[in-house]
Design a protein. Structure first.
Length: 565
């Protein structure tokens, strides 16, 4: 559901508030040092009224018109000059240079709305106002490139709103390496030192061959619009946060598609996705948050990545998520382990060779249960589960159920970290991973939704991997992978699961199907990757009942004898 409306040029925004729509009590989120985060992951706290309102008064707005012959403006508060100041202390040779060409600079220093239109091949807009000033830039069929710096640079303001005018098509580009023009390390096509919001019903294309797409050193908010980015580094990057309400995003990047990191405050550096449509091709992570990655809804198609989704804590409430990764599909881990050092731009192992498909079963039992500690906060860290038995890592010469061996090899992970929590409460998630399919260095909870995991074709990783425990209380889960490092769900699970190890690896395209005694299909998933280990779980799977698990065109009768089999 979209919360953004199209641009109404006849409507003024002078009365629009930039305060949260509703004051709510902050949620308590566990952090790595035992402190409590005050971040509240609700739309009312993530977005202000003005964030999602792209309207403006065209008659009251100032205009800035670009052309190859010069720049003109209707406002006396706009300064236009041909200048460039170069600092010789650039530190990143891949991003920065020390030689600048002459650039037409447009400086805005007063509050107001400015409509930017036209085309210029080497020009820059700089926002340099006081810290209490809010400025709205309306891009109305603007094509702007800057050879050695950001076409739009927010040096100082309280907050800047970039609105894509209704029906407009806009393009911003850099054409060379970035050159320092002040003490700030400008390294993106849109670079902001302060809060930045993008909205509107137009489109924006960003070309950044030497840097990032859009960077905010504060909060980066997007509530609407259509965005296409090709970047040598991150696509969207926020120091404090990246918050997305809605929009359409096509990101082709060398680093992370969406990135948030903050070394100064462990509660910040988070990503909040309320909705939107995302197509991401990245050589590093699809979405990477150093603290929390929170997905409330959305259609997310990560077609290539090193790791698909990564954060210290990850919560998924709903959405349609497809992930192809050369390493872990979803990884709840503390810190960054990027793919920066890999020269092969396809990433480790490439995007994988399997095609994933499958439809969730119908029925009334797919309603997600509540998360462990409520819909909008991380679960409290539970006590460690010591009831693990590594003996279920079976690799016998016949098909073997993993009966009465809860937890697989869990509990023995030297990298276990209680601050890492992955929670899935709903949605449909499909993963094709070259590394671990789902990996939490701490806890993994699945309370609802439908999850298909196509794991690695090697024994060094597994479809399901966790450091402390993996608890399933609801939802549909089907995974395939290799048995060398396989783990099943933990003994504190309340929904029945069953793990089966085949006597040999499959080859070619196969379909795994779970049916009940009446022949009703409970789970079905097609994979073209080889595997010898299967894990299934669904609400209809009950202790003492008999089911048929079909794999490699062979039917196997299974009867769970305990909650974890």
């Amino acid at each position: 559901m979209s919360f953004a409306t199209g641009c109404n040029k006849a409507t003024t925004d002078s009365s629009t508030s930039d305060s949260p729509t509703t004051a709510t009590t902050s949620d308590a989120n566990a952090t790595s040092n035992g402190s409590v985060s005050t971040v509240s992951f609700t739309k009312s706290d993530m977005f202000t009224d003005r964030d999602s309102d792209p309207s403006y008064d065209e008659k009251a707005a100032s205009t800035i018109t670009f052309s190859e012959s010069g720049v003109s403006s209707s406002s006396d508060s706009v300064t236009i000059s041909d200048s460039s100041t170069v600092s010789n202390n650039a530190t990143d040779s891949d991003t920065n240079d020390t030689t600048a060409s002459s650039c037409t600079t447009v400086t805005i220093s007063e509050a107001g709305t400015y409509i930017l239109s036209g085309s210029a091949s080497n020009a820059q807009v700089i926002i340099d106002a006081d810290k209490e000033t809010k400025i709205q830039l309306v891009l109305d069929d603007l094509t702007l490139s800057c050879e050695s710096s950001a076409p739009i640079y927010v040096r100082k303001a309280d907050k800047v709103f970039i609105t894509l005018a209704d029906g407009s098509s806009n393009t911003l580009s850099t054409t060379g390496k970035f050159v320092a023009i002040d003490d700030n390390n400008i390294d993106a096509v849109i670079f902001s030192k302060d809060d930045l919001t993008l909205n509107g019903s137009g489109s924006l294309t960003i070309n950044s061959p030497y840097g990032h797409g859009i960077v905010s050193k504060d909060d980066l908010v997007v509530t609407s619009g259509t965005y296409t980015m090709t970047c040598a580094k991150h696509g969207l990057s926020g120091k404090d946060s990246v918050r997305i309400l809605d929009g359409t995003f096509d990101l082709t990047v060398t680093k992370d598609g969406i990135h948030a990191s903050n070394d100064d405050d462990e509660n910040l550096g988070y990503i909040y996705i309320a909705g939107g449509t995302f197509t991401i091709n990245s050589d590093d992570d699809g979405m990477h948050a150093d603290s929390t990655l929170y997905i409330e809804d959305g259609t997310i198609d990560i077609q290539k990545s090193y790791e698909g989704l990564k954060g210290q804590t990850i919560t998924i409430l709903d959405g349609d998520i497809d992930i192809v990764s050369s390493d872990d599909g979803i990884n709840a881990a503390n810190g960054s382990d990027s793919n920066d050092s890999i020269d092969d731009k396809q990433g480790k192992g490439g995007p994988g060779n399997g095609q994933i498909s499958g439809n969730p079963p119908s029925g009334d039992n797919q309603t997600p249960k509540d998360p462990p500690s409520g819909d909008n906060q991380m679960p409290d860290t539970p006590p460690s589960n010591d009831n693990f038995d590594p003996s279920n890592n079976s690799n016998n010469n016949s098909d073997q159920p993993q009966g009465n061996t809860p937890g697989g090899m869990g509990g023995f992970d030297m990298d276990a970290d209680e601050s890492c929590v992955l929670t899935i409460n709903g949605g449909t998630i499909t993963i094709n991973a070259g590394g671990d399919g789902i990996d939490s260095n701490g806890y993994f909870y699945i309370n609802g939704g439908t999850v298909y995991v196509e794991g690695p074709e090697s024994n060094g990783n597994s479809a399901l991997d966790y450091g402390i425990s993996a608890t399933i209380t609801g939802g549909y889960f089907l995974s395939t992978g290799y048995s060398g490092m396989t783990q099943s769900f933990s003994s504190d699970s309340t929904q029945c699961s069953y793990m089966l190890t085949l006597s040999s690896n499959t080859s070619g395209t196969t379909t795994v199907t779970l049916t009940d005694a009446d022949g009703k299909v409970l789970l079905s998933h097609e994979t073209s990757k080889s595997y010898n280990s299967i894990i299934v779980s669904c609400p209809e799977l009950e202790v003492g009942s008999t089911y048929t698990l079909t794999a490699r065109d062979t039917n196997r009768s299974i009867t769970p004898t305990s909650t974890v089999n």
